[in-house]
Ligand binder design. Sequence first.
Ligand code: HEM
Length: 496
Amino acid sequence: MWLLIPILVYSLIFLYVRHIYSYWQRKGFPHEKSSLSWSFLRAIYQREFHYHEAINAYYQTGKERFVGIYCFFRPILLIRDLSLARTLMENQAGHFNDIRWEYVRSYRKYNLLEKLSPLFAASRLEAMFRNIEKAGDHLVNKLSSTVAAGISAESADGCCAVDMQQLLRNYAVNVIANLIYGLDIDVFKQTDSVFLQYSNNAFQRSGINSYTFNRLPTKSSLTYRLRDIVQQNVELREDGATIRKDIMQLLVKFRNGNDIEVREKFDWHIENVFEREKIISIKKVARIAEYLLENGITAIASTAVFTLYEILKQPELMQKVRDEIMANSETKEKQKQINYEQLKNMKLLDLCIQETTRKYPSVPTIERTCRKPYAIPNSKRTLNEGKPFVIPLLAIQRDEKYFQDPMAYKPQRFLQDSNGNPGEKFTEFGLGAKTCIAQNFVKLVVKYVLVRLFSSYQMKLMPMTDLEICYNDTPYISSREGLKVALKSAKVKFEL
Ligand code: HEM
């Protein structure tokens, strides 16, 4: 009798595991070969720890438009076809809604993302430009003091080696703290700042390199400290004691039901309403701010780092970027001055940022869960409720079917050719109801920091033997020294 219990338990586990890993076969989908062998289970387990790389690698192994694969007890449908991927992202019609962004008001359901999209409208960002400049000043001040102090061995020839990855990450922290939390802080000086601690925690967590573990709820004391900052800020602004042109101001306006839609004349003042009329609670404002903080820092830093890395790798491209900056800026009191309008004219840098987001997408895979059965177009298969699909953006954007010579960094690929044919297309910021609301913002802050760097310094990549590019979640450079760049003041020329 006692012997029967373990046998029964093992049999049930065996049947359960086999049931999971035969899902796609049972449903008649094209699927990866699965078995309960040790090698298959080990491969599935390893896939968990290199999720984005594994998903993108599997994309290369076949030709079907979609294929059922397995990730650590989760059957997932991998989409291999760009037009199917676009259809799935665009035509949601309730099939793939993300309930995290839904909210109910007067018995009606709204998509919060859609309502919040004016937060990052170009005209709003233009009004916030002074705050972005402050974050740029903090970075340049830090670099100036580092170069002046000549802390490195290379300082003898007037140049200094710095880790640009870390510096740009701190710049991103300053930008987000300033615009989203409404605080003009400088984490280069305030090294105990809650924002810096949050950023370092998130970076270390990504080192665990696991799909599941990275998604476990991670409410720490930092979350509560950030919530306190939001609470104080919201109260100050609702009292009218502070009017600041930033994203927090727009979030508080939205909370009070004030119009934040894009109009020519915009009033930043907050019309405070009774508590019962508020659209979202302070807790919700804090959650949105934390979501933007968490995703924003890594996305801004990664896009800035890889754009800089690729430009520095190509001296010819670097010269063109410099020329463009020189042609569109003016010198006042021996300093290069750049305003919003001049920045808008720098088209080559726009193309560079676009090319970075193609080659190094900061969202390497898009995943959605099916909320109601979805018949896949031009096929006889139906994706059932509760089952996820994944779009391997990284692999699609590096597929020669869609992009010529995909591993080459060619910003010009997005330009019209001489016959007026449009440049190559891409989907990097997503489509449909979950399109990235912050795309204008990230392009602006990355472009601005690059302009500040190229107009203030001569830069050169230092040789790094252990440079590796990792993808968990956002791409980053894994090397002992981050992205090591030698800097000289712009007046001193490097031998290139
Ligand atoms: C170059 C940098 C960035 C890229 C390539 C990027 C890409 C994307 C993509 C592909 C989506 C769609 C995800 C989906 O369909 O599931 C998305 C959504 C979103 N992004 Fe971005 N993003 C970037 C920067 C940012 C930044 C800086 C922020 C915040 C400050 C941000 C905030 C969001 C938000 C709030 C969403 C809504 C959907 C969600 O994640 O739930 N993004 N982004």
